[in-house]
Design a protein around this ligand. Structure first.
Ligand code: TXA
Ligand code: MG
Length: 341
């Protein structure tokens, strides 16, 4: 059974003792909830992969307290990486750096590089400070599924497993950290997040290079990821009314995740509104996808946000969440996901 704990003295003490015993702890960060294990304990990290059902060659991010000793984890920290740390840490940024020799292979998926992040969430910071070590943690969801932004979401993912979850309330950002790779010379943006390419360019003095989408080592870069179980489709705002009509005419029930579209007067189905502005939208996105998934509709239609640069990270997640595994996602042809268990 999963158990949800307030981050009280008792809750924190239990979380610490679990981490020290090589057990897992669900914990809040400002982006999404993490499924944490002692990063220096190989057997503990293996448990993460087992619980998530994640392939073992996918590396996990090591979370550190703000004043942690970087050199314990990274062999080399280029000046540009230090610049980003000064500007954005603690915060929703992950740096990929050459790993220190002591970092276990299971953490890095056998690679020479390690992902490091300094979360700004007060509960995460307290846990990391008191633990006085690195906490390896992916998002606390089953592999390929929607990330969790509340403690209850984590419980919903792993209900039958033995897991304690620290409850830090809803995650204020709501989408995963921006990942920047510093192991290939110039900075490479591996995963867009709420720290945008412009933010990075301003700090670095040059625009980060775009990452290769298919990089096998970034599981969040798989075409289908962050996905609800219900078949889902991204539709342009002007196509939404017709898509709703044709779904209903075909005898299927429909859920809509709208951005600015108004609910038609004769709409029958589940209508959710995620917010017109990207930060609000990001905060609501995964909770809304989960709600629509749980509503038992046959098809989820997502009103496509603008192609503007502010929306890049959200569009990235939405394209993967609605990807069918074949063809291009989100085209007028209507890429759809097939159901999975
Ligand atoms: O906001 C976040 O980053 C959240 C919270 C919990 O910190 N974590 C998160 O972890 O999203 P995860 O495992 O779901 O996604 C991290 C991504 C994965 O795609 C992983 O492959 C990539 O980061 N990654 C981790 N270490 C890496 C490394 N050494 N080299 C390249 N990619 C790495
Ligand atoms: Mg994830």
């Amino acid at each position: 059974m999963t158990t949800i704990w307030a981050p009280s003295t008792d809750g924190m003490a239990l979380a610490l003792s679990r981490l020290r015993n090589g057990e897992l702890v669900g914990f809040p960060t400002e982006t999404v909830y993490g499924l944490g294990a002692d990063a220096s304990n190989e057997r503990a990290v293996v448990r993460i992969f087992t619980m998530k059902g994640r392939p073992a060659n996918h590396p996990v991010i090591v979370h550190l307290a703000p004043d942690a000793d970087l050199e314990r984890w990274a062999r080399k920290v280029p000046p540009a990486a230090r610049t980003l740390i000064e500007k954005f840490a603690p915060g929703p940024l992950t740096l990929i750096l050459p790993k220190a020799a002591s970092v276990p292979d299971i953490v890095t998926g056998g690679q020479n590089n390690v992902g490091l992040r300094f979360p700004s969430h007060p509960v995460a910071q307290r846990l990391l400070r008191d633990f006085d070590g690195g906490v390896a943690a992916p998002s606390a969801n089953r592999f390929g599924h929607v990330s969790p932004t509340t403690a209850q979401h984590v419980a919903d993912e792993f209900g039958d497993a033995e897991l304690m979850i620290l409850d830090g309330g809803p995650c204020p950002i709501g989408i995963e950290s921006t990942i920047v790779d510093f192991t290939r010379g110039a900075a490479v943006l591996l995963r867009p997040g709420s720290i945008t390419p412009q933010d990075l360019a301003e700090a670095l003095g040059y625009a980060p290079l775009p990452g290769t989408r298919k990089s096998p080592r970034v599981s969040g870069s798989l075409d289908s990821h962050y996905a609800p179980k219900t078949q889902s489709r991204l539709v342009k705002p002007f196509e939404l009314p017709a898509a709703i009509r044709s779904t209903i005419l075909s005898g299927r029930s429909v859920g809509v995740l709208a951005r600015i579209a108004a609910k038609p007067a004769d709409f029958v189905g589940v209508w959710r509104q995620a917010g017109p502005e990207w930060a609000l939208y990001a905060r609501a996105l995964y909770a809304e996808l989960r709600l629509l998934d749980a509503a038992g509709v046959d098809l989820i239609l997502v009103e496509e946000p603008p192609a503007a640069v502010d929306w890049q990270a959200i569009n990235d997640r939405l394209h993967r969440a609605t990807h069918s595994g074949k063809g291009e996602a989100g085209t007028a042809a209507g890429a759809t996901r097939t159901r999975r268990g």
